[in-house]
Write a protein that binds this ligand. Structure first.
Ligand code: SF4
Length: 317
């Protein structure tokens, strides 16, 4: 849950999650759509899907208890070296170092490593860390390093005067704190998408995304990306023809939504439309859903903003 935001922001969501899935068995039995719905808005939906798969595997293979051997734990879906080391050290007191973005930055500054963050191999950071990694209380040490990075040794304006490891910090000695890690060139792609808001007999037409790929298994209003050279309306007609086998009459632009993902920005244009002919059954399930029930479905954040808008409009009527 913490991939894209802070602990403070995520706490209520974490509590809600624990209430919905209080133990591994409940999560293992839960329908995927319920799990995706509980994760809505947190991004990286693969994590929710993997957590459910891991819960199932724990029930099937490990008698319902999380395994405590590295090779067993890392075999579960979603458990890479970072999560495995974090769980084993923090939950089970085992001596594994954890490298997250915060810890990497602290280590690079302590060691005075001036390369880009993603160009410094884990191996060299772990080898440096091993020179002072404690034999006991690895979990507390790991959490202390993560907190140091999150609260003191921040990417910008690190608070060196209050830093407990200032005496050992090469970057501080050389006055190079803010040069480490070297900044990455950020490339934020802009993607224009169009969606059709189609309402008949008080119900909206939505469709499920494919089971694989970006935002897999979530629901959305039908539509897609604009291709080079197309107008927005041409793109919408083509997408609806391809996805539903239907022709549409575009009534008006309802709203424009901007949504930023980690590496790209989506500008979503939502048009009120009418179908000229019935949608053809395709590979992706379609549903007609009344406004009050749309929130029961997991939607990507951009589509959820459209639902907020539709609810706002219906309340003013
Ligand atoms: S002295 Fe400054 S740069 Fe060095 S670890 Fe502490 S906060 Fe980070």
């Amino acid at each position: 849950m913490l991939q894209q935001t802070t602990v403070q922001t995520i706490l209520p969501r974490y509590q809600q999650w624990l209430k919905a899935f209080p133990d591994i068995q409940t999560l293992a039995r839960a329908p995927l759509q319920k799990v995706l719905k509980a994760w809505q808005g947190l991004g990286y939906y693969e994590r929710a899907r993997n957590m459910r798969l891991a819960a199932r595997m724990v029930c099937d293979r490990f008698n319902g208890s999380l395994p405590v051997r590295y090779k067993d734990l890392i075999s579960l879906p979603g458990f890479g070296p970072y999560t495995t080391a974090a769980v084993l050290s923090i939950a089970f007191g085992q001596s594994y170092p954890v490298l997250d973005a915060n810890v990497r930055r602290v280590l690079m500054r302590l060691a005075g490593t001036k390369s880009k963050e993603n160009q410094t191999p884990d191996k060299s950071l772990l080898s440096f860390l091993s020179t002072f990694f404690p034999r006991q209380k690895a979990g507390e040490f790991n959490q202390a390093m993560m907190e140091l990075g999150a609260l003191v040794c921040k990417p910008r304006n690190p608070f060196c005067p209050g830093c407990p490891v200032q005496d050992f910090c090469l970057a501080f000695k050389k006055g190079e704190q803010e040069l480490i890690p070297a900044p990455r060139a950020r490339r934020s792609e802009r993607i224009e998408t169009v969606v059709a808001i189609i309402k008949e007999d008080g119900k909206y037409l939505i469709q499920r995304r494919p089971a694989e790929g970006l935002l897999a298994g979530l629901w959305e209003f039908p539509g897609g990306k604009r291709k080079p050279g197309e107008t927005l309306e041409e793109a919408l007609r083509r997408e609806i023809r391809e996805e539903l086998g239907s022709e549409i009459k575009i009534e008006k632009l309802l709203l424009k939504v901007n949504h930023a993902y980690t590496r790209f920005q989506v500008i979503l244009h939502a048009y009120e439309c009418r179908l000229k002919n019935r949608p053809q059954p395709g590979k992706r399930p379609l549903r007609w859903v009344p406004l009050r029930s749309l929130r029961n479905y997991p939607f990507p954040s951009g589509n959820a903003k459209i639902i907020n808008y539709l609810e706002g409009v219906s309340q003013t009527k």
